[in-house]
Design a protein around this ligand. Sequence first.
Ligand code: GAL
Length: 656
Amino acid sequence: MKLGVCYYPEHWPESQWESDARRMAFAGISQVRIAEFAWAKIEPEPGTLSWDWLDRAIDTLARHGLKLVLGTPTATPPRWLVDQHPDILAVDAAGNTRIFGSRRHYCFSSEAYFAASKRIVTLMAERYGNHPAVIAWQTDNEYGCHDTIVSYSSEARRRFRQWLQARYGDIAALNKAWGNDFWSMDYQRFEQIEPPINLPTFVNPIHGLDYRRFASDEAVRYNRMQVEILRKHSPGRDVLHNFMAFFTEFEHNDMAKDLDAASWDSYPLGNTDSASYLNDAEKLAYARTGHPDISAFNHDLYRGLGRGRWWVMEQQPGPVNWADWNPAPLPGMVRAWSWEAFAHGAEVVSYFRWRQCPFAQEQMHAGLNTPDDRLDIGGHEAAQVAREIAQLAGQADTADISAPARVALVFDYETQWMLRITPQGKDFDYIGLCMAWYGAARRLGHDVDIVSRHADLSAYALVLVPSLARMDEGFVNRAAASGAQLVFGPRSGNKTRDFAIPAQLPPGPLANLLPLRVWRVDAMRPGLVSAVLDATGAHLGEASRWRDYAEAGAGTEVLARFDDGHPALLRKGASRYLAGWLDNAGLDTVIGAAARDAGLATERLPEGLRLRRRGRVQFAINYGPQTASVPAPAGTAFLLGARELPVTGVAAWLVD
Ligand code: GAL
């Protein structure tokens, strides 16, 4: 468990670097990420390389025992490069070319940008790849931030056509797969196919989906180019990328395979304020602590993507600048967020940033230090975490992250793409649905692994599938063979690979395991609701937003019905299908019952309290609204905190 910080020597007078490095080391920080936006400083003019300042910055930090994580600077192509190659600029969905003046203005499909990136990454890796203080690299910065994965440039169009040709072989196959008999959409040649913008009305869903698949592949290819260069010139160093919260515009499973570990940027208050799936009351309740499941969800997601190895590359240190409202965290929360990450198995928590920068776009974004260089609350809390890490390490094996979760939640990028293309109901928000299901498991005290549709499910007792648009037989067979209790949510198995309705109707091949047929769907505007009643007629919860009209097949029992009598919860053997968007109380009941059938101890935690186990250490964190008792056995000796946990409190104790 190590602490890091993000630092921008290019923002500060060189005379300050020495004291910065000394104070970082003194605070217990052991690694520093630098340079990810510094291209124009490294190469102020084409071909003129100015390494001296960076050499000195690295040496100053290294002299104080700090290790370096170097960012490749490709998120910020300099002005002169844009002038040389205007075609590196991305084009947005309205057909407008992005302009220079902030960051992430490039198009992944630009050959000129690909070549320029190759060159700068190679130069940097050659210069610093074997520096003894350099322990890791970060490729680029937050691919896709500011909606920058999909570009509609002419180069993207050219490469999309090639991508389609490679995927379909001949145009007749594409016409068939796309259903181009509809509306006379047939093509005679791949060169006739355009990116799906400026259409008078709805895009053909598979045309939209293939463009997203293509754009995702472009980002993965671009990142792979960087990884290969770094591996060649900087052997033995970890290569990571800093992913984002709930960001789904490219297939993270494809990119993560090329990396040594995953990392992500955790801004619990910004993410709470911006969450489309939380209502105002929920946002208010957690405005100063962050919603208890938002960071945790992403920790669990990226632990899976990193195959067990992951970092928080940027941790919120105080108020941020980019949400609609940017409140100050409660004192104690920077510490609590750090422990939440370590409890989930993080190797590193790295704060963004060392000091608040008084100029340019992020002048309102806090750092560990104020702009006049005094330690802010977050800075004091980071130093406290460093002391506590040392204290804990003396009492327990904190390197051990082996405690396996018994609950898995399947999260699928393509499902999100499909639901975005054909939402059918405006508020059918896949992330919100996954969060609701995940929240139920967490409220009931379970540790959760977030896994892809391709994961091995054999170690789990309970597998939650909030929705999986494309259900293939391989997945259904693996799920069945796992022996786990399985819970599937609405709209599961409702599309084929080519984005059509399956011949035997949804849930497609899942019906082999759980015979049922969804013959109608019902997207309900706010205010339309259906009560859900169990077999005894007792109220189980309320469905809003969505209902599947399902018919039970052979051997399938109906455990609960909507108020008009249609099946709401169906089960055969260990598999359940929930045919609507159920409220949290209902989800707690349905998922709680499945967890008990799976033999898992299941008990509802006090409001705002959450648990997570790392190795033999059990953590509890209180996100409020009041002091809560942690469920530790009588006589427990606490490593951190105590049984009665105040708001923002962290407790840790050993379990067998
Ligand atoms: C991240 C980004 C950083 C900084 C930060 C502010 O998205 O990687 O460079 O902008 O947000 O919260």
